[in-house]
Design a protein around this ligand. Structure first.
Ligand code: FES
Length: 354
């Protein structure tokens, strides 16, 4: 057995209220939000929870699961998990999760979330990729007035998660929602040409949200391109596995960057409705500094691989130790990863709000 490292003060605990069998290999895990902790678990549709899953080999592993609940309609948190072949985390959850069990989690995070729910959408999901899309769909139907086209791909009918809920939503919103089920058992794999033809009448000005296996995402992106969609309006959710331990306590390195070098830089950080003025030790990533001061900045992997900590560099100079997720366009727009960011000038201005 591996020794359990000290958990960070930012780690939260949730109790499982219910486990729902969605399909033969997918379950929803419903968590109660402890009274008084509502603020810690505030989320926007499309975000995910990071769960700490016990492991005999490493002590624990961290896995991100999208929230399928809607912050507008639900008082509990729900993640939906589908078994994957050889997937330690998903199989552990499906085999072991039961009501009454406590689990350590990180606060919800993620940037696969619409800024405005009151618009027309295209939602594209395959398999368990439905989970964040379901949260966006239900929230947009409840809060917005726009029209939504959703295409949901699965191997066969038995694999369709939320089948009845989707039927009910379509019946409740016949003028606002069109759901297209794509079954591989009936129609084969979707192609970019077919997707392009299906989406062509609606693609031009809508934001599209895509979640599913990589080949599906590539196909539907190519389909959107063919249909004339603005590629800047396409949003994808990519989960990479988390290798490190994002639950471990933060260690602040406040030694000067070089011998005889300067003291900490100054940072102005906009987060939610507040502006924080902080000292930023030059060898410590911004996220670690914020968490050590009790400032609830978003994060998940702490390794530069998930983008949950993405923020905007508004002024000054800073450099990422590692960037495994932001594409060149995002970096050009000023996005940086808080968990990997070190200051390179004496004053740096950062915003998590844009
Ligand atoms: Fe995952 Fe920063 S927390 S990239």
């Amino acid at each position: 057995m591996t020794e359990t490292p000290q958990l960070g003060s930012f780690v939260r605990e949730l109790t499982i209220a219910e486990v729902i069998d969605e399909t033969a290999d997918a379950k929803s895990i419903v968590f109660d939000i402890p009274a008084g902790s509502e603020e810690d678990f505030r989320y926007t549709p499309g975000q995910f929870l990071t769960l700490r899953i016990p492991s005999e080999q490493t002590g624990s592993v961290a896995r991100c699961y999208s929230l399928s609940s809607s912050p507008t309609d639900d008082t509990q948190l729900k993640v939906t998990v589908k078994r994957t072949v050889g997937g330690y985390g998903s199989n552990w959850v499906c085999d072991n999760a039961e009501p009454g069990m406590n689990m350590h989690v990180l606060a919800p995070s993620g940037i696969f979330t619409p800024k405005n729910l009151d618009q027309d959408f295209i939602l594209l999901a395959a398999g368990s990729g439905i989970t964040p899309v379901m949260s966006i769909l239900r929230s947009a139907l409840a809060q917005g007035t726009g029209h939504i086209v959703m295409l949901y791909a699965n191997r066969n009918e038995d694999a369709v998660i939320f089948k009845q809920q989707l039927r009910d939503l379509q019946q409740a919103h016949p003028d606002r929602l069109t759901v297209i089920h794509w079954l591989e058992s009936v129609s084969g794999l979707p192609t970019a040409e077919i997707i392009g033809n299906i989406l062509q009448p609606v693609a031009r000005k809508r934001h599209s949200y895509i979640c599913g296996p990589a080949p599906f995402m590539e196909t539907v992106k190519a389909g959107l391109r063919r249909s004339g969609a603005d590629m800047h309006l396409i949003h994808t959710e990519v989960f990479s596995s988390i290798e490190g331990d994002p639950f471990a306590e933060i260690i602040i390195d406040d030694t000067p960057a070089e011998e005889g070098g300067e003291g900490p830089a100054k940072a102005t950080v906009e987060l939610d409705d507040q502006t924080h003025e902080i000292d930023w030790p030059r060898n410590t990533p911004l996220l670690d500094v914020l968490l050590s001061k009790g400032i609830k900045a978003p994060f998940s992997c702490r390794k530069g691989e998930c983008s949950a900590c993405a923020c905007i560099l508004k002024s000054g100079e800073a450099e990422m130790i590692h960037n495994g997720i932001l594409d060149p366009e995002e970096v050009e727009e000023g996005y940086v990863l808080g968990c990997q960011l070190l200051p390179k000038s004496d004053h740096v201005e950062i915003s998590y709000n844009d």
